[in-house]
Design a protein around this ligand. Structure first.
Ligand SMILES: *[C@@H]1O[C@H](CO)[C@@H](O)[C@H](O)[C@H]1NC(C)=O
Ligand SMILES: *[C@@H]1O[C@H](CO)[C@@H](O)[C@H](O)[C@H]1NC(C)=O
Ligand SMILES: *[C@@H]1O[C@H](CO)[C@@H](O)[C@H](O)[C@H]1NC(C)=O
Ligand SMILES: *[C@@H]1O[C@H](CO)[C@@H](O)[C@H](O)[C@H]1NC(C)=O
Ligand SMILES: *[C@@H]1O[C@H](CO)[C@@H](O)[C@H](O)[C@H]1NC(C)=O
Ligand SMILES: CC(=O)N[C@H]1CO[C@H](CO)[C@@H](O)[C@@H]1O
Ligand SMILES: [Ca+2]
Length: 533
């Protein structure tokens, strides 16, 4: 029995587990001695139910608190079974969906019955791994006491922040989801990543005859690799060339939305609600860690799956180059060319070679071009505000971040010189800009004493100390003296009436010219001036 199960398991996983891409490097002897040869590599498929964190919603959906009796669809009048959370033999907690049933006894999670009909009996099962995984075979959910008549499988690729439907399940797709029923064999290579509604796993066939609801990975692979998955090279080639194909099988979380339980192939019968409920004995998720073809091993570390990265990469999914290995931008390994693929190893960020033939850009570019008349190789399109033959300098208007390595994305910091206060937008090696007269501060946005700011620094016209406004004038914002009417000049130092009689006429004429504007304000004063003479 156990032997059979093991054989079955081997059979399930074998096509993707054996042979290809299971080695990241090997020591090869050459004329120059032994050297490491690198290959694209990926971890083996595993039974991911061992690592999943299970959560059921709403709270209180698990049966047994308080204890509850239930019937079965096959024999609705024999209701002697009981669920009791306080009795280990009669309890049905969520972890029984992922246990290993060594004793041969089937263990399962079970919900409360549909006693609250017509309110729908809804339950969510959320499965989290905190790790990007790639499906390698069918997801299989085993229902005891009948499969739901309505259900949605969702997936998330970003740890549960956003979700998308993966497959719809209904005994009538058109009625329930307004989708035409489809099966995977209906799909062509071009639309294999279509999200479909299937009726294959929701119809009543008796609760013992078919307990499984599947998400068909194998059938999808078979579209490319042939019915017995013998032509895996063809699948791997598609994985590289077809947009969205790899992503389709990638996830960090799954969610089962159970929307209506099994009804026993007939209509809902209100007189016996104790035979309607959900019960799941196993959730099989065969998958491998997504390591971007940079690791052949994925291990549990501090409770989380973690790729054991090779090729000088790092990160949970080997999604970055290690520090000091950023001579080229990071790239995922490739399945191509088959059979060994391309490792796309991260290269050590060595010293610039100056005229050599290497393309060394400290990770700020992955393209070089050869300049014939200078006989040099130079980086093209340096990113991260760098420039230079090896992207080793900062662009004008940026300065070097001294706490960052040369291969760091944050190596160049914008000068941020104040446009009004500085001579140009460049700065020196410590970020100081070149200021115009009267302007100061690292970014030239301050004024020296004796200057005022008005889109740049200008020397004061008046102030409260040396440049006092005369004759009762007041200094406005260091910019100008506001003089009484009978005085003028920058500091109101000049009387408008110097030179006797002409002054009156002049000033009267001058004032008359302003009559429309000033008459109301100045009329009393004007009259007083005129009558005084
Ligand atoms: C199940 O999850 C969906 C999506 O987040 C939510 O709308 C729904 O209310 C949940 N159902 C239950 C029973 O918690
Ligand atoms: C998820 O994994 C990351 C990386 O291993 C870890 O830093 C983080 O703490 C994990 N989160 C949880 C909730 O375990
Ligand atoms: C998939 O594409 C084929 C043709 O390429 C088409 O005949 C078929 O109807 C499509 N299937 C679905 C479910 O859209
Ligand atoms: C300078 O580099 C360090 C190290 O990478 C980084 O943490 C910091 O944010 C950078 N400073 C700026 C202003 O970008
Ligand atoms: C940049 O200019 C500031 C102010 O003039 C000066 O203190 C600093 O030493 C200069 N830094 C460099 C690297 O020249
Ligand atoms: C630091 C580090 O991991 N270096 C490795 C980079 O890759 C080469 C080739 O695999 C190894 O030899 C180094 O040990
Ligand atoms: Ca079980």
């Amino acid at each position: 029995m156990l032997r059979q199960a093991v054989l079955l398991l081997l059979h399930c996983f074998s096509p993707l587990a054996l042979g290809q891409y299971d080695l990241c490097k090997s020591l090869v002897s050459t004329d120059d001695g032994a050297v490491w040869e690198q290959y694209a590599c990926q971890p083996k498929a595993q039974s991911m139910k061992d690592y999943m964190r299970v959560k059921v919603d709403p709270p209180g959906i698990t049966c047994g608190n308080p204890p509850e009796r239930f019937c079965t669809l096959e024999n609705p009048y024999l209701c002697s079974d009981e669920c009791d959370a306080s009795n280990p033999d009669l309890a049905h907690p969520p972890q029984l969906m992922q246990d290993r049933e060594h004793t041969g006894r089937i263990t399962y999670w079970q919900t409360v019955t549909w006693a609250r009909y017509p309110e729908p009996l809804l339950a969510n099962i959320s499965l989290a791994w905190n790790k990007s995984l790639e499906l390698t075979d069918d997801i299989a959910i085993t229902f005891e006491y009948g499969r739901p008549t309505l259900m949605v499988l969702d997936k998330s690729m970003d740890h549960g922040r956003t979700w998308q439907p993966f497959q719809f399940y209904a005994d009538d797709c058109l009625e329930s989801f307004n989708m035409a029923p489809k099966r995977v064999p209906d799909l062509s290579p071009a639309n294999i990543t279509l999200v479909i509604c299937t009726e294959q796993f929701s119809r009543w066939v008796g609760s013992k005859n078919d307990k499984n609801v599947k998400f068909e990975v194998r059938e999808r692979f078979a579209v490319f690799a042939g019915p017995r998955l013998l032509n895996m090279d063809s699948l791997y080639t598609r994985m590289e060339s077809m947009k969205g194909l790899r992503e389709f099988f990638t996830f960090t979380n799954l969610r089962l939305r159970l929307l209506r339980p099994a009804l026993g192939g007939t209509y809902m019968q209100r007189d016996n609600l104790l035979k309607y409920f959900y019960a799941i004995s196993n959730i099989e998720v065969p998958a491998r860690c997504k390591c971007n073809l940079h690791s052949s091993l994925c291990l549990l570390q501090e409770g989380n799956l973690q790729c054991q990265c090779e090729h000088n990469t790092t990160g949970q999914d080997c999604q970055r180059c290690k520090k000091g290995f950023k001579a080229k931008s990071w790239k995922a390994g490739s399945y191509l060319p088959t059979p060994n693929g391309s490792p796309n190893t991260c290269a050590i960020a060595g010293a610039p070679t100056g005229g050599g033939s290497n393309c060394e850009c400290y990770g700020h570019s992955n393209r070089c071009s050869y300049i014939d008349y200078l006989n040099i190789v130079t980086c093209v399109s340096c990113k991260h505000n760098t420039r230079g033959q090896n992207c080793q300098h900062c662009r004008l208007g940026y300065f070097r971040n001294n706490s960052a390595e040369l291969d760091d994305e944050g190596v160049c910091i914008e000068c941020n010189c104040n446009q009004m206060g500085s001579v140009h937008d460049r700065c020196n090696g410590t970020g100081f800009c070149q200021c115009k007269d009267g302007t100061t501060g690292p970014k030239c946005d301050d004024c020296f004493p004796g200057y005022y700011w008005k889109q740049g620094c200008y020397s004061n016209v008046c102030d409260e100390e040396l440049l006092l406004c005369q004759n009762g004038g007041t200094c406005s914002q260091n910019q100008k003296c506001i003089c009484p009417p009978e005085f003028k000049g920058v500091l109101c130092q000049q009387s408008r009436c110097e030179g006797g009689k002409a002054c009156n006429t002049a000033s009267t004429l001058h004032l008359l010219a302003l009559v429309p504007l000033l008459l109301c304000v100045l009329l009393p004063h004007l009259l007083a001036t005129l009558t005084a003479h």
